[in-house]
Design a protein around this ligand. Structure first.
Ligand code: CP3
Length: 369
């Protein structure tokens, strides 16, 4: 890695998450590692998705591919939101072209009890992959991640991907006690999984509540916010020393907790509440302009986003105009991490992504005080 900024903690990405000025607006892409890259398709050719997540050397290579190719400002660990759930004992698979499929969907309290708490030993391959990556990446920060309780619960209750989340909402409204028991257990697993990644050295974490936008704000606050808050606030003082401060006293020689990003799709009405869950950065999809999002989120959080992934299929002048607009609207926020509004689509031309990175850097370059 490069050594210009004094380690990942001084990188443009971490600075923007902390609302500190930096040399340019940092940029990375959700799903930057994946099928848009021929080198990814080649290396994954004969390895099933879940198995690839359990091979630290393969995880390292796949995670580094987009960093090398695009020059993005952050790497994101190659894994999947269902990896910790599988480690907790749930029988599931990731089916190509479909997504996670659960053998026995969660219906009863006994099903919830079978989701075991996890420790580092259950996900030692993640611990190992993060350590390998941190050593390889130098000054480039590594983002760890997990799925939030609602999005995980949706896969577990539906048994797979869902458009309307009917079974999930039926459980939520029909048996709130069981719903909260399930989300409690998922929050615990998620918290453990993120702590393993932080202890191994990630510079930031993103909590994906991809499908939270299916809920009204009132239902979100009642059924989801307490559980996501438990995860994010449980990390408030987590740092890379492998321990957490319990006494509340300032320890200036230590970095504050790693930045926490919270993201969902279709969350225009939930942006304020998602920030309240304890995020430092709120991810915004393409439906809400970043200046509007900032008014909803408040002045004390950075924003991440929000180019429509479909715009990458438009003629370059359109892409360029959209990047300019997003950078302009992002100036309303106290910190902006450029990203897409959701993941890179598999059919995306990777050369367009590389051009977007260069354009964001060029348009946002500013002298550092
Ligand atoms: O580059 C990165 O962003 C890191 C890798 C990453 C993957 N999954 C790899 C993956 C991340 C951050 C995820 C998170 C994830 N997984 C989410 C939250 C992010 C989002 O998109 O909202 C969700 C909802 C999942 C569940 C999931 N896993 C889906 C919907 C799919 C796609 C199914 C398909 O084949 O289209 C997966 C599989 C998956 N996870 C792939 C990758 C690269 C594709 C599998 C393959 O390459 O064969």
């Amino acid at each position: 890695g490069q050594t210009r900024h004094g380690g990942p903690a001084g990188s443009p990405f971490v600075r923007a998450c902390r609302r500190e000025p930096g040399p340019h607006t940092p940029v990375w892409f959700m799903r930057q590692a994946g099928r848009s890259l021929p080198e990814y398709r080649a290396i994954r050719a004969n390895v099933p998705m879940l198995e690839s997540c359990r091979r630290p050397e393969l995880v390292t290579e796949i995670t580094l591919q987009p960093v090398r190719r695009h020059g993005v400002d952050a790497a994101i660990l190659f894994s999947d939101i269902v990896v910790p759930v599988a480690a907790a004992g749930v029988d599931l698979d990731i089916v190509p072209g479909t997504g996670p499929v659960v053998a026995e969907p969660v219906r009863t309290a006994a099903d919830v009890d079978r989701i075991r708490p996890i420790s580092r030993d259950d996900v030692s391959y993640v611990d190992e992959a993060v350590r390998l990556l941190v050593a390889e990446l130098g000054d480039t920060p590594l983002i760890g991640f997990a799925g939030a309780p609602f999005t995980l619960a949706s896969y577990l209750v539906e048994g797979g991907p869902s458009r309307n989340h009917v079974k999930t909402k039926a459980l939520m409204y029909g048996d709130p006690e069981l719903w909260h028991a399930l989300c409690d257990r998922l929050a615990e697993v998620t918290l453990s999984f993120l702590r393993v990644q932080i202890d191994a050295g990630v510079s930031a974490v993103q909590l994906f509540d991809s499908w939270a936008g299916a809920l009204s704000e009132a239902d979100y606050r009642r059924y989801v916010l307490p559980h996501s808050t438990r995860v994010l606030s449980g990390l408030a003082d987590a740092d890379r020393s492998g321990s957490r401060r319990g006494d509340g006293r300032a320890e200036p020689e230590r970095s504050p907790g790693v930045p926490r990003i919270h993201f969902g799709v279709g969350t225009a009405e939930l942006l304020g509440a998602m920030g309240e869950a304890g995020a430092d950065v709120v991810g915004v999809d393409w439906r809400t302009p970043l200046d509007v999002a900032t008014r909803r989120i408040g002045p004390d959080k950075a924003v991440q986003g929000n180019l429509d992934p479909c715009v990458l299929f438009a003629p370059w002048p359109v892409v360029e105009a959209e990047v300019r607009r997003i950078l302009d609207q992002g100036r309303a926020a106290p910190g902006h991490v450029f990203n897409l509004g959701h993941g890179v689509l598999p059919e995306t031309d990777p050369d367009v992504l590389t051009r977007v990175v260069a354009l964001v850097h060029e348009l946002s370059a500013r002298p550092v005080e």
